[in-house]
Design a protein around this ligand. Structure first.
Ligand SMILES: Cc1cc2nc3c(=O)[nH]c(=O)nc-3n(C[C@H](O)[C@H](O)[C@H](O)COP(=O)(O)OP(=O)(O)OC[C@H]3O[C@@H](n4cnc5c(N)ncnc54)[C@H](O)[C@@H]3O)c2cc1C
Length: 307
């Protein structure tokens, strides 16, 4: 890996970086090195360099949907996050870097009187991470306003792909299997009056403050399990939190991991918590729902390594 060329391009390389420092659960051990990229060009360079050197790597965004093993990863981490939003506007169309944070994108939409992004307010991830997992809230998902993406595949080939080819489904896309990385995304929006958009954003942020832990002070990865597909044994009910609450999850704790008091589908990490504690608690929660309702919950949080 040509380290000097990467550093010259603005990629920050941290040897032996500890992944707990870059995840909202604040859990996880070291990786070989973390390559922090902000722009699509930096991400392509980092990935190409690792590929050319035959080095194993994972791509992460804000680390807000991850549970990383306490032992860490014998791999490099490419971290693609930009604290400064990278957004170009052309009428009602936006091109946004995959590294832009969702909440910053939602705020930009309000400020520019462009409707369709308000539901992303307060979700602590990047545009790239959200597209990979088709993140959503309040009945909306990120696939909806998306026209297309610019991807780089594991072999280093870049291409523009229309959203219709990404096989979006509930909290999933083809990117979860293909290993393709979202460099940038194009959203087609519509005009909306600023006072209405601002009020909707405020309403959503207030709901989040009321129902969710503040990830800045309380380590968590948000909803731990996916909601239930309507075809499953669960019948018409779909919220994983409802089944967990009925199964007594709110009283559960393993080591430093506990279920959040206001939401049975959220695990929070108290001081001293390990990724193994979270994994063990999630298994207990799954077993409690299986005993009571006869089906298995599926994690929404992605595991890196074996916690
Ligand atoms: C308090 C809290 C509330 C949350 N609320 C919601 C919610 O309402 N709805 C919801 O859907 N989620 C929610 N989440 C989960 C999380 O914020 C989202 O899933 C988010 O989109 C993850 O983005 P990320 O950048 O943090 O991805 P990461 O957690 O870093 O990575 C997740 C996955 O995406 C992949 N990935 C990351 N960047 C890219 C990229 N550029 N290209 C391709 N793949 C990539 C990674 O390889 C990994 O597999 C919440 C989390 C927290 C902590």
């Amino acid at each position: 890996m040509n380290r000097a060329a990467l550093e010259q391009a603005g990629v920050e390389i941290t040897d032996g970086a500890v992944l707990r420092d870059v995840t909202t659960f604040r859990l996880g051990g070291p990786c070989r090195a973390c390559l922090s990229c902000r722009t699509p060009g930096q991400a392509v360079q980092a990935i190409s360099a690792l590929r050319a050197a035959g080095e194993p790597f994972v791509v992460i965004g804000s680390g807000s949907n991850l549970l990383v093993a306490d032992a860490g990863l014998d791999a490099f981490a490419v971290r693609y996050v930009s604290p400064i939003p990278q957004i170009e506007r052309d009428g009602v169309r936006l091109r946004v870097s995959g590294s832009t944070e969702l909440d910053a994108l939602a705020a930009y939409g309000v400020q520019q009187e462009l409707a369709g992004l308000e539901f992303l307010s307060g979700i602590p991830g990047t545009v790239g991470g959200a597209i990979a997992g088709n993140a959503g809230a309040f009945g909306r998902s990120v696939a909806e306003g998306l026209a297309g993406v610019r991807l780089v595949d594991p072999a280093g080939r870049e291409q523009e792909v229309p959203a219709a080819d990404l096989r979006f489904a509930y909290r999933s896309s083809r990117l979860q299997e293909s290993g393709e990385i979202v460099l940038s995304a194009v959203f087609d929006l519509r005009f909306g009056p600023r006072p209405e958009l601002a009020a909707e954003r405020e309403r959503i942020l207030a709901l989040r403050r009321e129902r969710h832990p503040d990830w800045r002070s309380t380590p968590t990865a948000g909803s731990f399990f996916r909601n239930i597909e309507p075809t499953s044994a669960a019948g018409p009910r779909q919220a994983a939190g409802w089944f967990l609450e009925q199964a007594g999850a709110k009283a559960m704790r393993v080591g430093g991991a506990r279920v959040f008091e206001k939401h049975a589908n959220i695990i929070v990490a108290d001081p001293g918590c390990t990724a193994a504690d979270v994994a063990a608690l999630s298994r207990e929660m799954t077993e409690a729902v299986r005993r009571r309702f006869g089906f298995d919950l599926v994690p929404e949080v992605r595991f890196l390594g074996s916690p």
